[in-house]
Each structure stands twice: as C-alpha cells, then as structure tokens.
Design a protein around this ligand. Structure first.
Ligand code: URA
Length: 238
C-alpha cells in the first residue's frame, strides 16, 4: 500500500505536487471508488488512472530486442538515439527509473533486460553471478581454429588487462569460419569484439542471442520491440 500522491509519482504519471490536481479531476480510482485524498493509501494493483490499470504495479522487468544504432544510456550522445526512446514515455518517468541490466555497444543488437528494481539489476549484473550470455558473431576474417582452445583455457588475457578472462566457449559454425557463437560468463568492456580481434578476426556484426535461460529467438521480438519477462526465470540460474 502507498499514498496516492506517492503512487502517481512512483509510476511516472506526475510529480507528488501535481497529484492533488489529478485527484481533484477524478482521474484516479481504487477498487472501483474515486480517490480524492492524496494521503489515502492504495494498493497499486487495484488502481486505475484514467480508467487504465497501472502498468507493472509490482515492478517492471522486460526483455528488449535492441536494434543496432541505439545507445544504452539515459541521454543522447553524439545525437545517437537511446534505448529508452523505444519505451513508453511514462516508464521513463517512473521513480525509481528504468535501467538496463548491463549494456550493449551501439553497434551490437540483441537481447537486453530492463528493470526499475535496482536490487534486481544489481543482482543480475553482479560479477559473482556469472550468468551466461551468448553472442552470435560475423567476422571480417576467418576465426582461426586455435581460438576455441585459447578462449576455453582460462588463461587468455585481453590487451591492457591483468586478470585473464573466465573460460569461454567458442562454437564456430562448422561450414563458415566467419560465423559462430561465443558463450561468456562475464561482461567486460567490448569483450566479444576485443576477444575476436585478438585472434585476428575483427567483428563485422554482433548480436546477443541469449541471457541465461532466455533466448532471443523464442521471444519473437523484432528490433525495437519488448516483452514482459518473469524475473523468477533468473533466480536460480548460472
Ligand atoms: N561484447 C561486445 O564486444 N559488445 C557488446 O555489446 C557485448 C559484448
């Protein structure tokens, strides 16, 4: 239960100060009755605003198919659009705000999780969780066969870093040495691009196709589309 004015602000409708006007105008009802007192305590699942239920009253958790060209930041840089511009504007005004669970590069597409639950975002990005992420790559040169053992060794170290990468599984396409999958259990800066460049095969195209049990292909999302996901999927997943 939460105060009516706090609820309108929490879910991005208006500021707490503006809430009195919304209530005076009869825009909010709870369990079928109009709410006029900003201090009235409401249960978010039972609230209608302008006749419409509050979206994600128990916290927002969605999977987005990030398109190429969008940045994972709250503000535009060099005029690049942000992933948050793909979401309904009221989500952006939620407080706490919606954040991405980790980031994908501007030129990388694929699966990205978003949530307004800071604890959940923190838990899912914790380096101790080692949640598996799978990337589909296309390179400009063939990936040499030795890369598979090198990446799996646990002793491969990226340029400029001291700690070796965790063992990673390279799954090259049997018939196409320019194409395959790379399974990682960590997320370092530009990691896939740097790993493949280190073996002489710079990336031409990169897509994240899975995070833990969630597969992009099973979600039927076109680039720019999102879908609600149950966070319980990730509670016990390596
Ligand atoms: N590795 C990369 O190089 N880029 C990403 O966006 C994600 C992983």
């Amino acid at each position: 239960m939460m105060r009516a004015d706090a609820l309108l602000s929490r879910f991005g409708y208006c500021s707490r100060r503006e809430a009195a006007n919304w209530l005076r105008d009869g825009r909010v009802s709870h369990r079928g009755s109009k709410v006029s007192n900003p201090a009235e305590r409401l249960s978010p699942e039972q609230v209608l605003v302008d006749g419409v239920p509050v979206p994600f009253p128990n916290g927002l958790f969605v999977a987005l198919h990030k398109p190429v060209g969008y940045i994972c930041s709250h503000s535009r840089e060099d005029d690049s659009p942000t992933i948050f511009e793909l979401l309904p504007p009221s989500w952006i005004a939620r407080s706490p705000s919606v954040q991405s669970v980790g980031r994908l590069d501007k030129e990388t597409s694929g699966l990205l999780l978003l949530s307004d639950d800071g604890g959940l975002v923190h838990a899912l990005t914790s380096p101790r969780r080692h949640i598996q992420k799978v990337y589909e790559y296309r390179t400009v040169s063939p990936v040499p066969p030795k890369a598979t053992a090198l990446f799996a060794s646990g002793s491969f170290t990226l340029n400029g870093e001291k700690t070796p990468c965790l063992p990673a599984t390279l799954e090259p396409d049997a018939t196409d040495p320019y194409h395959g999958l790379l399974h990682l259990h960590e997320g370092r800066y530009h990691q896939v691009r740097r790993m493949l460049a280190a073996v002489g095969a710079p990336v031409e195209k990169l897509t994240r196709v899975a995070i833990g049990p969630l597969q992009l292909s099973s979600l039927s999302l076109r680039p720019g589309e999102w879908i609600s996901v149950n966070p319980k999927l990730f509670t016990s997943v390596p």
